[in-house]
Design a binder for this molecule. Structure first.
Ligand SMILES: [Cu+2]
Length: 185
């Protein structure tokens, strides 16, 4: 490499490195974006297959870890009992078992709602969640059908494309590259 070519090639290198910086920051920022999903859950006492159940209005198909989930729990006035809604990681709940899930494992809950009332709960889905379990803690409602599991979208293996760690790694590599090139001149 001749001495005249060297300054222009390192200038090009700096431009490429700055470009990588911007791409890395964009990746890191997009992966951290938080969405809000609004659903309504009706507490039902006249379910087709079970004594009690939840009936969801609205889609939970695109709820991701780190998102905000706003749930309005409605207890219709022709119901006879109070109901509530608790949210936990499925891994900490007794999903599909005959045993009640303890309320203390919940990361959010509505408290009891009497017939004719409704309440809205704003919950942030934990970043390490894969599936979320919602259930009613009143008496034996959970094992009598008042439970539902939500499978989260966008749950990936660590280090795959689009993760915050990849974006940060690209940014750090680009900054180190700029520092090295600047020192050489
Ligand atoms: Cu209930």
């Amino acid at each position: 490499m001749s001495s005249e070519q060297r300054p222009s090639s390192s200038r090009l290198g700096i431009l490429v490195a700055f470009g990588l910086c911007l791409a890395g920051l964009a990746l890191a920022t997009s992966a951290a974006a938080q969405n809000t999903t609004q659903i309504t859950v009706e507490a039902r006492e006249d379910c087709p297959d079970t004594t009690f159940c939840f009936a969801i209005t609205g889609s939970v198909d695109n709820v991701e870890p780190g998102d905000q989930l706003d749930i309005t729990l409605e207890n219709p006035e022709n119901n006879f009992q109070e109901h509530n809604l608790y949210l936990a990681l499925s891994s900490e709940a007794n999903v599909g078992e005959d045993e009640d899930t303890q309320g203390r494992v919940a990361f959010a809950n509505t408290g009891d709602v009497q017939p004719g009332n409704e309440t809205t709960l704003s919950a942030e889905i934990p970043e390490d969640a894969e599936n979320v379990y919602m259930w009613c803690t009143v008496r034996a409602h959970e094992t009598q059908g008042m439970n539902q599991e939500i499978e989260l979208a966008g749950v990936e293996e660590e280090g795959t494309n689009g993760s915050p760690s990849l974006g940060l790694a690209v940014t750090v590599a680009a900054v180190v590259g700029v520092a090295a090139l600047t020192r050489r001149r």
